[in-house]
Structures are given as C-alpha cells and as structure tokens.
Design a protein around this ligand. Structure first.
Ligand code: SF4
Length: 296
C-alpha cells in the first residue's frame, strides 16, 4: 500500500526535508478530507495510479506530509483510514510536536486503533542540536514531551523514533542514543531507526551544510556500538552492507524501491549483493561509488 501525503504544510522547517518548499506552497485543497476520501475510494477500487510513492507495496500504509497532525480534519481522517483499512498496519510519520498537548495525544491514542504506529523524528540529544535542524526554537521540548505523552497515553501504539543522519546530526549520535536510554529506559516500548539522509528536496538544496558520506557516518556508528547494543530493536536504513562493521550488518534493512537504488560494477563481485541495498541513486550521482568494497 502507498505512502499517503496527508497534508502539505509543516510547522518544522527541517534542513534535510525531502520535500521542496514548493510542496508546502501548493494550495491545500487536494489534501482536504473530501479529496482524501475520494482518492482512497478510487485506490481501493483499483481505478488508476492514485498515489505516487510506493503504490505497489502491499500490506501497510504510511501517512506522511508535511506534518499530518496539522490537517484540519486530522481525527475524522484517521477514523476514516482506520475504518476503510481494517487490519492494515498504518504508520503516522510526524515531528511529534502536537502530541505535547496531552488532550490531543489522548484523542490520538483513542483513534489510532491497532495495528497503528507513530514514527517520530528526533534530531539530537538537546535543543541545541535538534532545534537548528528542525528550524524552530522550542521544537525539541515539544517533540520529547510528545513522546512522553504517547508512551503514557497510548500503550498499544507502536512507537518508532527516527534519527536522520547527516552532517548536522552525526556527531551527536552517541549523545542522542544516550539521551534516549536515560529518558526512555524501557527500550522494549519503542524501536529506533537510524536513517542515512536521502538527497532530495531541501537536503539537496542544503547539500553544503548537510552532505554526509558513509565513510564519516560509519565511523560514528562504530563509536556508538556499545550504546546501539543496549536497544531492544534498532535498525539501519539506507546503508550499503560494506559501509558498516560486520556486527551492524544484521540491523540493515532494504526499504527503498529498486528504482531509487543502484548496484555499481563493484557490487557484481560481492557475495552479499542479494541482501544489500546497494547505493541510493542520488548518493551515487553526488559522491560516486569509490567507497564500496565487494564483500566475500
Ligand atoms: S559492494 Fe555493493 S552489494 Fe556489496 S556490500 Fe557494498 S554496496 Fe552492497
């Protein structure tokens, strides 16, 4: 099932956002409740290409944006998706800030009937790192408060904490993981996903300040290994297997569609190609494939 862009506005201005600013400037009419319901009904009847991202992936739905929780009819829309997609895992991708409002979080907990998850982006261990990435002062405090509320009010919700790795977040990764272990010590209650950023939208525009090569990120991952081991469920997205140490390779997942990835010639001599992501196509265009090493 597809990624559904629920709402095109956002209250963060993340430096590595994969959307262009033009997305937020679009008129929001096509994202209103009535339009969303019409699109889903057409999709369920198989009437043409309705959703652009991951339209052929079966078995789950991601609600994305912009920031979906800003939708003026957020709760009726959630109720509609839950009713029309019974049994399908739905994941809400959010900056988590609106959940700082305890009433809003409680209402969400009641509407997000299982199987339902929330993937919340955290950019650092404190406001000094997080807020400049999010582009909003006070964002860190709200996101952390939002997580606290979801943990206390939504016991059945599958919570995932996403840390996007790029030049502005990588150095703080060990401190961010330490913060999570101290603030939310029951790691069986949530999963953590470390995602090497995608070069698209604002992250491409901001390439000078966010650009990060695997050679640099894998060094920090190695330093963070003792912390990584302490999480019950931690995954790595977008990493080629040869770019992480052997202990981290079982944590790597292939989550990008084939058309967004490439296997340069060196991969032809590699023993693990079948379970490896290869390189993100845009990464390859920007940085080339010199870092890759065929594994035996
Ligand atoms: S050489 Fe290619 S297939 Fe092998 S681990 Fe590296 S990226 Fe993956």
């Amino acid at each position: 099932m597809p990624d559904i862009a629920v709402w095109n506005k956002c209250d963060n201005r993340c430096v590595m956002c994969t959307n262009m600013t033009s997305f937020a400037l679009q008129h929001s009419g096509q994202y209103r409740l009535k339009a969303q319901v019409e699109k889903m009904e057409r999709y369920l009847k198989g009437l043409g290409k309705i959703y652009l991202k991951n339209p052929d992936k079966a078995g789950y739905v991601n609600l994305t944006g912009g920031e979906p929780t800003l939708h003026p009819d957020f709760f009726p829309l959630l109720a509609y998706f839950r009713r029309r997609l019974p049994g399908t895992p739905i994941t809400l991708l959010s900056n988590g800030r609106r959940f700082a409002d305890r009433k809003f979080a409680a209402k969400f907990a009641a509407a997000a009937r299982p199987p339902f998850g929330a993937a919340i982006a955290l950019h650092g261990p404190n406001a000094k790192v997080h807020d400049p990435v999010a582009g909003v002062r006070g964002a860190f405090g709200q996101t952390v408060k939002g997580l606290e509320n979801l943990f206390s009010l939504a016991p059945e919700l599958a919570v995932e904490i996403r840390i996007i790795l790029h030049k502005k977040t990588i150095a703080a990764l060990p401190a961010t993981l330490k913060f999570l272990l101290e603030k939310f010590p029951d790691t069986s209650r949530y999963s953590v996903t470390l995602i090497h950023y995608e070069i698209e939208g604002m992250s491409e525009t901001n390439h000078k300040s966010v650009g990060l090569k695997f050679a640099a990120s894998s060094k920090v991952l190695d330093r963070a290994l003792p912390l990584i081991r302490r999480f019950a469920d931690l995954r790595l997205y977008h990493f080629p297997l040869c770019q992480v140490s052997p202990e981290l390779r079982p944590l790597c997942r292939v989550t990008l569609p084939r058309e967004d990835r490439i296997y340069p010639p060196v991969c032809g001599r590699c023993a693990v190609k079948k379970r490896c992501l290869g390189l993100m196509l845009e990464y390859y265009k920007k940085f080339g494939a010199a870092e890759l090493k065929a594994l035996r």
